[in-house]
Design a protein around this ligand. Structure first.
Ligand code: RB5
Length: 163
């Protein structure tokens, strides 16, 4: 699988660890940075390009890391077509894909250790969306909300006052 990964300083070491494990497992990895540990960097600068790549389909899935995973999830979900969530348990890593078509897993490097994080990433990558009608119906409602918020053009916000 072609997997994108990104972090700020808060998750730098965990990103390096996960990236090495992904490559060892045979995945192709696209690294959106940070390329070095810089305590002054900002997670949107790395998570936004990752989320855009996932939404555009240039990578199959995304792994977003920061100190807590919260900022990464908030940022990624501003991108139309990104379905990101902070994940801390195995069940949600799998079910988030099967039911909700989650395409970006967000991890907190200050809350989740490397072995747990890798278990979550493996579960996330092994899962597939179920295609069940009730889940497709719910995703369609999410897509309708995105169309309302972003307008007709992908990733382009509607002008204020316009539908
Ligand atoms: C950076 O120190 C930290 O705030 C960030 O990595 C993340 O935890 C934000 O949600």
């Amino acid at each position: 699988m072609r997997v994108g990964i990104a972090t700020d300083h808060g998750g730098f070491n965990l990103k390096q660890d996960i990236e090495a494990r992904l490559r060892a497992a045979g995945h192709e990895v696209v690294d959106f940075g940070a390329d070095q540990l810089n305590p002054g960097d900002d997670y949107p600068d790395y998570i936004t390009p990752l989320a855009r790549a996932v939404a555009a389909g240039t990578v199959d899935r995304g792994v977003g890391v920061c100190g807590s995973g919260v900022g990464a999830a908030i940022c990624a979900n501003k991108v139309r077509g990104a379905r990101a969530s902070l994940i801390e348990d195995h069940f949600s890593a799998r079910q988030g894909v099967e039911d909700d078509h989650m395409n970006i897993i967000c991890l907190g490097a200050r809350t989740t250790g490397p072995l747990s994080a890798w278990d979550l990433v493996e579960a996330f990558l092994a899962a597939e969306f179920s295609q069940a009608p009730r889940h497709l119906r719910r995703l369609q409602k999410v897509a309708s909300l995105e169309a309302e918020l972003f307008g007709d053009r992908r990733g382009t916000a509607a002008a204020p006052g316009k539908a």
